[in-house]
Ligand binder design. Structure first.
Ligand SMILES: [Zn+2]
Length: 205
């Protein structure tokens, strides 16, 4: 019974629904710092299927994406995200999650197990059209984001999960699940937790 409860609680913070989320440009300014105290490496992994893999179907300006994350959310905490590898993963199970509706988090978990680097944050990107009702998920250094939600508060929210954070009800907090358009910052406690986790990641533990 205890084990079942644990599984349910893990799944409940893993996947985050896709309703109204926007880019924060109307409520926030970007802030960059010269040399952030801490850096963490990021892998960007484009999920493709056997059929889609010839033509790259994603059109992401990776530099712009990392600038977005750093400028709005992470540099102000003294944390710098740095792109390390950018790669393609051919995985039909993960590519079309509509086939795994209801078990998306466990599918993501199983299918990413062999391809994520433990000393980085690993961002898997899939098509919004290939998943229903979920904007993203995150846990244990792994994030799954749909292409339509990359430049919304869903990205830092899922990275928060990947760095060990849970949901909160605080309005305006990145880890809140309500009023997504208002989400803009991590609180002090979350900040400390994230920093500690990044230090562990960089030490390879
Ligand atoms: Zn969440």
């Amino acid at each position: 019974m205890k084990k079942l409860l644990l599984i349910i609680s893990i799944l409940s913070f893993l996947s985050c629904s896709s309703e109204e989320d926007h880019s924060p440009e109307n409520i926030m300014d970007m802030i960059f710092v010269e040399n952030p105290e801490r850096t963490v490496k990021v892998n960007i992994i484009y999920v493709e299927s056997q059929d889609s893999s010839d033509k790259s179907s994603y059109n992401l300006d990776e530099k712009e994406f990392i600038n977005y994350l750093n400028g709005y959310y992470f540099h102000r905490l003294g944390i710098g995200l740095e792109i390390d590898e950018s790669k393609k993963l051919i995985n039909d199970e993960l590519y079309d999650l509509t086939d795994n509706q209801g078990s998306e988090p466990s599918t993501f978990f199983t299918q990413s197990q062999e391809t994520y680097d433990k000393d980085k944050i690993n961002i898997y990107i899939i098509k919004r059209s290939n998943i229903r009702g979920i904007a993203g998920m995150g846990r244990s250094q792994r994030v799954l984001l749909t292409d339509e939600h990359l430049f919304t508060s869903t990205s830092p929210h899922e990275i928060g999960h990947a760095l060990g954070l849970f949901h909160t009800h605080e309005t305006g907090n990145i880890m809140s699940t309500e009023e997504k358009a208002l989400r803009q910052s991590f609180n002090k406690e979350q900040e400390e937790k994230i920093k500690k986790r990044i230090d562990q990641i960089n030490l390879g533990s």
